[in-house]
Design a binder for this molecule. Sequence first.
Ligand code: ADQ
Length: 453
Amino acid sequence: MARLVIVSNRVPVPRPRERPQAGGLAVALKEALATREALWFGWSGQTASHTGGSPEIVTVGQTTYATIDLSSEDYRLYYTGFANGMLWPLLHYRMGLAEFRREEWEGYRRVNRAFAHSLTPLLRDDDVIWVHDFHHFPLAAALRAAGAKQRIGFFLHVPFPPLPLFRALPQGNILLRELASCDLIGAQTPSDASNLRDALRGAGFDVPVHPFPIGIEAEEFAREAEKAVRGQDARRLADSLSGRALILGVDRLDYSKGLPQRLRGFAALLRRFPEHRGRVTLLQVAPVSRGDVVQYRALRRELDELAGRINGEHGDIDWVPVRWMTRAVPRATLAGFHRIARVGLVTPMRDGMNLVAKEFVAAQDPADPGALVLSCFAGAADELKGAILVNPHDPDEIAEGLNAALVMPASERRARWTGDIAVLRRNSAAAWAEGFLAALAQIGQDAPRAGGA
Ligand code: ADQ
């Protein structure tokens, strides 16, 4: 079997004496890496005097991890600037939050060329290369320019907006041209795939773009939840509820996740459905991410204030309606929290997939599962038909969804959960990775591959 070369912005390099990092791409690719030789290449997460150079190599079993540093200037231009300050908001339909700066655009492309330069000497002729996410739109073209003839696939983890919105990106056609050096492009949902295909076609490129919705290892997560629910933290949480129903939100602190709107939805529930007052607790876990991007600092202040205001207005001497945590909680512990929750509240304004929604379903007790209230703008809404779908822009709709979840009879919760868990078992993380790689291998068989950039 050909060696698999994964390229992603961050690389989960195993560190001796540390627990392996859970979550993210590492979990999704676990099976794919277990069954073949692999090289995983990307940024070390460190800044240094200059970008690139010879990668630092760590090999564990069949997988070699190769990482390079970024200069502080490139970290600012490529990562904080163009990737997180321009592409992230644009791809999440939030052009009003996006800021374009020519020097950041140039830094982003320069870093991708540096990635290609450091990766090329490590490549073998029969490797299969799989590039991940919006940090690396230009990478395939940079690899081709450096002489790479290998099959290259690309997977976009975040949404792709309709063409008129994408057109707001200055130089967007250059990005599309560079992306078109791939042999296959995957997106999370049929509509993301169709938006990306339209954009590529509009710019004159006919690369195959297909939906490959990312999955989770549902059985494994269920086992973790069953174990964690007996652990100390889950027991502390359960005891502290004093019989109240737990509504749980778990996210990175990011404006795409719709957190202020979610808190307003919870406040609307307490106002419009007073029978739940004193009977529910919302626990929102949202560790700070991208704290050096200005919009994220403002979001945190807004949420601190909102949570305080709701508690001030609705709380009682023995009841705090919102428990708000910006501290990180290990994913295994969260699995236990999901199992205790009566309602999973997942209301992103826009999300490629949202694996938290899938993990909530996987963690439930089959005999007495909780209900999921899910944004209709999360990719997961395409698959989780048992969820109560809400428009996250409308706090009243969130409140109505929460009320429906809280009063739903156990028989209906079981019926909805049974359908959703079957979907999750079918489309596992392993099936996602193998499906993409099989399609990539197939493309190489059918037709001559794309030439240079
Ligand atoms: P993210 O935006 O990071 O990922 P998401 O899919 O919700 O979002 O979560 C990815 C992983 O992070 C999950 O395994 C989840 O458990 C974990 N996680 C989230 N919040 C956490 C928290 N507070 N504490 C600990 N772990 C937490 C991007 C896209 C998504 C897409 C994924 C995968 O934005 O739309 O689903 O990639 O493709």
